[in-house]
Design a protein around this ligand. Sequence first.
Ligand code: F6R
Length: 241
Amino acid sequence: MFNLMIVKNYDEASDMAFKVMKDYLKPGKVLGLATGSTPLGLYSRMVKDHEENKTSYAEIKTFNLDEYVGLPVTHPESYYAFMYRNLFSALDINEENVHIPSGMAEDLEKECQEYENLISKAHVDIQLLGIGSDGHIGFNEPGTPFDSITHVTDLAESTIKDNCRFFENDITKVPTQAVTQGIGTIMKAKNILLIATGENKAQAVKDMLQGEVSEECPASILQKHDNVTIILDEAAASLLK
Ligand code: F6R
């Protein structure tokens, strides 16, 4: 069941997302977090709230969706570096409560299994999601089985192109694989908050909300989740009937 909110622009979407998230910024809560451009406005609001209202993250746990294979945590475009730069460094979060899969593990299969086990035990209270222009969530590209768990995946050509902007617009620098929570992993979260803004997300948003539930649009599985909040700006909602 969707709780759908359509707002004017990215800033309003970020404000709205913060309002939803605020309820979960409490001791003992488990947050599922995402990277990419979409959550930046929300993260800056979380930082501001921490500074102004002293909201504490000392007893909050986090689990990220994914990480590139082959990028060390010291690489500025690793999702580990992204999370510390844009959120964690400014909070009083405990490093041991932060979970981001490693894309550098020698045994990636084992890393995936261990990550899956940790998430299953933790019970994510709210999972934040962006959506790819091809309908991906996490790095679950079209065709990924709905019952997938944390796994190593090849990035779709369109995702590599979309992410090129973070790698000096040089396609050869974009990693081609990632470790990602599976769709089955994401669906286990108690609540889901998906934000989509901009015209290039409009088709994926339409397929997610009004298309068939199909592995061709990974995000369409959210139609089967009981507690989903979707925040769109007008551009991302522009193809909805
Ligand atoms: C990020 C992630 C991806 C992004 C999606 C949208 O951790 O898992 O699914 O949410 O690629 O990216 P942006 O927000 O950059 O448009």
